[in-house]
Design a protein around this ligand. Structure first.
Ligand code: MN
Length: 251
């Protein structure tokens, strides 16, 4: 049986635009339908203070990155979906996995860039933790990393090289490939490993960790020194989160 909040949501969506639904629905009702998230999307809280990642990532960078950059991706994504209410009914991960099904090229590009931007940043914030809570990979994840890369140190070296070599803006990921093996991949712009038919087949998989290597992620503090930002980022990896994703994907 549908929950009342879901019935209300569908009722409002039938009656009018998504914007109207967002205005009319009480915040609590919207929150109740927020898993999985559907449009219109809202900026998720970080889960820690802006200065919680210092000295490795500074407060101002985090404020601008979250409140300006991430917020802009969400605003642009919502604006794009306001023109395509049928797509707005889908969870974002499903939308990103089926982009080739969107016939309008201009809309498809907006969904790729801004939908990817929203998904990637939400994932990135959850992939970070204050240094004191960074922890370490679970035994199961550590074993899988040893099998795939030789050791945790060897994984870090390969991941760092992929992040350093990413030309221009983009991301570096630790994923579980469709064959079940761990793999390091890198995507340009806001592309991600969910985007079937968009990124190379070899780059598809279930993300466990992501590193944002857009200049906006580090330029204020590190200027052009991306390798220093990458080296510092290892202090902030949320290994419990990556381990939980690994466990969930393996079930
Ligand atoms: Mn970013």
């Amino acid at each position: 049986m549908l929950q009342p909040s879901l019935i209300h949501r569908r009722h409002f969506v039938k009656l009018g635009t998504l914007a109207a639904a967002a205005t009319l629905l009480p915040t609590a009702a919207r929150a109740a339908t927020a898993t999985p998230a559907v449009a219109p999307f809202a900026l998720p809280a970080l889960g820690y203070a802006f200065d919680a990642l210092e000295p490795h990532i500074d407060k101002l960078t985090m404020e601008i990155h979250h409140d300006k950059h991430h917020a802009a991706y969400i605003a642009n994504l919502n604006a794009a979906l306001a023109t395509a209410p049928e797509l707005a009914q889908q969870p974002l991960d499903k939308l990103l996995a089926t982009l080739p099904a969107v016939p309008d090229e201009a809309l498809r590009t907006k969904l790729r860039n801004h939908g990817g931007g929203h998904w990637n940043h939400e994932f990135f914030w959850k992939s970070l933790a204050p240094a004191a809570q960074s922890g370490k990979p679970s035994a199961a994840l550590a074993t899988a990393m040893d099998e795939a890369f030789g050791s945790l140190e060897a994984f870090k070296k390969s991941f760092g090289e992929a992040a350093t070599k990413r030309f221009g803006s983009g991301w570096t990921w630790l994923i579980i490939a469709p064959d079940g093996k761990l793999k390091i991949i890198s995507t340009p712009n806001q592309d991600n490993p969910l985007m079937q038919g968009v990124v190379a087949a070899a780059d598809l998989g279930t993300p466990l960790l992501a590193l944002d290597v857009w200049e906006h992620a580090y330029y204020l503090h590190y200027q052009n020194r991306r390798p220093e930002y990458i080296a510092a980022w290892w202090n902030l990896v949320n290994w419990p989160a990556a381990s939980a994703r690994f466990a969930a994907a393996k079930v």
